[in-house]
Design a protein around this ligand. Structure first.
Ligand SMILES: Cc1cc2nc3c(=O)[nH]c(=O)nc-3n(C[C@H](O)[C@H](O)[C@H](O)COP(=O)(O)OP(=O)(O)OC[C@H]3O[C@@H](n4cnc5c(N)ncnc54)[C@H](O)[C@@H]3O)c2cc1C
Length: 569
């Protein structure tokens, strides 16, 4: 039980990721210190990132999201007994009184208010959901998906069979993860509406997001991008009705409002701490705020992007936990710096893995960087290996300096390792050439003798040698094809027959010609040297080889469809 104390050496506000990580590390570094953490909610240190998997039924009980790996609940007793600090739940800090160095705390169960002193304070108040920009009635069936109460409310209704139709408003990472969560176990039909013209805006470039959209649709999700949800109402039986511009009313049993989050800075602002331009608390590289006795970490702060040096808001659990360690080290007197963020992320939508790190091409250009991009379609292991799976990747790098800027990857294959490895390259300011020196572990059950990252470096080198490539999707391939182009398919005859190129591609070109790569040197007469030729194969390498053959034979205008047909599947 919490016995109200008048002061602690350290007070922490917020008890999910950054807060408990700070307090636990601090207790290890300074065992004699008094540390008190106030948490508004009843649960402490729950795994919010696991919510979609509890919603889906993949995680059986909510307690699994709160327990340690050895089955003990991370509650106040655990934090006092094992970690060595006081955690007080249902305790909302309502004010920070910097002059007196106290916080005012409202005990939400008893209703009493106390004042608790600190020497040093840590703010880890997280983020809160953005308010819907459209009229939304108050209903248990229309909620965000950020807090335990949200996820438990949905799971109970789904378990009782009361949800057959779900609408997800917002196609960011939580909205996309929820498509799988609702469909897989419960068989709920899902519709996803995203206002921007693509899913996962700001995370992926449009052609990569297109692959995610196709994967959701292949799993039965109705996805509408560029869709403006105007209003949500309740029907007579209390179920939501969603009004989307240009569409008739859509009935639903549950609506998830996945409209993004913003930093929870009300306490910080009210006590006069500096707030950054993205709305998060301003911190320096030790994570100290504008008051040297107050530190802040997790989703409530503004970060600095390591590649652009610009302020960003990056609400990620991976960062929040690292912030906690850095804050604790600094408070314990071990000067430690937080180096800024790269935005590495991963998510899963059905069997499709999605990940990225660094800048997308759009973000890089938005930041004023001259960015180039290359694509590749890969198998994560040799094709002969039974477990092999595919993925498509896009690498962004700076023109001229060839500094690496970002990687995006989508597909069923092992993208995680590539994202993480690329993240390390970005951290050290590496260039395209450095990727060639990446020494990776190779054995057929895990990888290929040359990694996709080596191949992407190779494609960038081919660009430098003057070879033109186009990316998949509307921005690339469709734009490259017109009634003056010849689309040359260099796959084997059987392949081209069994799996013909999409009709719309063939139709977009003046002429479709199928010549297997091995026959190309002998059948050059079927092509005209004046033609603009776009070469296509399954993954790209055969097209590149074909382009070299054509160039040697005097064809001057040959472009390779990077990532080939695989990226269009
Ligand atoms: C569904 C979902 C899936 C996610 N998946 C991923 C993922 O796969 N990977 C990833 O990296 N990140 C993921 N995240 C993001 C990750 O959960 C957050 O970045 C992380 O929880 C942030 O931790 P935090 O401690 O900064 O803040 P929070 O988790 O927001 O916790 C802050 C706590 O402080 C409390 N609080 C606020 N104000 C007060 C106050 N005045 N007094 C007392 N207490 C207060 C809040 O009630 C809250 O409990 C996901 C988030 C969600 C919602």
């Amino acid at each position: 039980m919490y016995a109200p104390a008048e002061r602690s050496d350290f007070v922490v506000i917020g008890g999910v990721a950054a807060g408990p990580k700070t307090a636990a590390t601090l207790a290890r570094r300074l065992p004699g210190a008094t540390i008190t953490l106030f948490q508004k909610e009843t649960h402490l240190s729950y795994a919010a990132c696991g919510f979609p998997f509890f919603a889906s039924g993949e995680v059986n009980s909510f307690s699994e999201l709160v327990n340690t790996s050895y089955g003990i609940p991370r509650d106040a007793d655990f934090f006092r007994g094992t970690k060595g600090f006081n955690a007080v739940t249902s305790a909302e800090v309502t004010a920070i009184n910097r002059a007196r160095k106290t916080v005012t705390v409202k005990m939400l169960e008893g209703g009493e208010t106390i004042e608790h002193g600190y020497d040093r304070l840590v703010i880890a108040t997280g983020a809160v959901p953005n308010s819907p920009p459209m009229p939304v009635p108050d209903s248990e069936r229309i909620r965000p998906f950020t807090r335990p109460t949200d996820v438990v409310a949905f799971r109970e209704l789904a378990q009782r069979g009361e949800v057959e139709r779900a609408v997800i408003v917002g196609g960011g990472f939580i909205g996309v993860e929820l498509c799988e969560a609702v469909s897989e176990l419960w068989g709920i039909s899902a519709r996803l509406y995203e206002k921007q013209p693509q899913l996962l805006p700001y995370m992926l470039d449009p052609e990569m997001a297109e692959i995610v959209k196709r994967s959701l649709e292949a799993n039965g999700v109705v996805v509408a991008t560029g869709a403006d949800v105007k209003e949500i109402e309740l029907s007579d039986d209390g179920t939501p009705v969603v009004h989307v511009a240009g569409e008739g009313p859509v009935g639903a049993d549950y609506v998830f409002l996945c409209l993004g989050v913003h930093p929870e800075v009300r306490l910080a602002r009210a006590c006069g701490l500096a707030i950054g331009e993205t709305g998060g608390i301003s911190v320096d590289d030790t994570l100290a705020t504008s008051d040297p006795d107050i530190y802040a970490g997790g989703d409530c702060i503004e970060s600095r992007h390591r590649l652009t040096d610009k302020p960003v808001f990056m609400p990620l659990g991976s960062l929040a936990n690292r912030h906690g360690r850095v804050i604790a080290e600094n408070l314990a007197g071990n000067e430690t710096k937080f180096p800024g963020v790269l935005g590495a992320f991963l998510l899963r939508a059905f069997a499709t893995n999605v990940g990225g790190v660094g800048l997308s091409a759009e973000a890089a250009r938005g930041a004023g960087i001259q960015a180039n991009a290359v694509w590749g379609a890969f198998a994560d292991r040799p094709d002969y290996h039974p477990g092999t799976k595919k993925f498509t990747a896009k690498m962004v790098y700076e023109e001229g300096s060839r500094r690496l800027l970002g990687l995006q990857a989508v597909g069923e294959g092992d993208i995680f390792r590539r994202v993480d490895v690329f993240s390390s390259f970005l951290q050290r300011g590496a260039t395209v050439e450095d990727l060639y020196d990446h020494e990776h572990g190779y054995a057929p059950p895990f990888s290929e003798a040359l990694d996709p990252l080596h191949h992407l470096a190779g494609v960038a080198a081919a660009v430098d040698r003057g070879q033109g490539f186009v990316g998949p999707g509307a921005a690339g391939l469709a734009a490259a094809l017109d009634d003056g182009t010849v689309l040359l398919d260099v796959r084997e005859g059987e392949e081209a027959e069994d799996d013909p190129l999409p009709r719309e591609l063939a139709d977009a070109a003046r002429r479709l010609v199928v010549i297997p790569l091995g026959e190309l040197r002998d059948r050059l007469g079927e092509l005209d040297r004046a033609d603009r030729i776009v070469v296509m194969c399954r993954r790209g390498p055969r097209s590149y080889q074909a382009a070299l053959i054509l160039r040697d034979a005097g064809f001057g205008n040959v472009t390779v469809a990077a990532a080939g047909l695989q990226a269009l599947e």
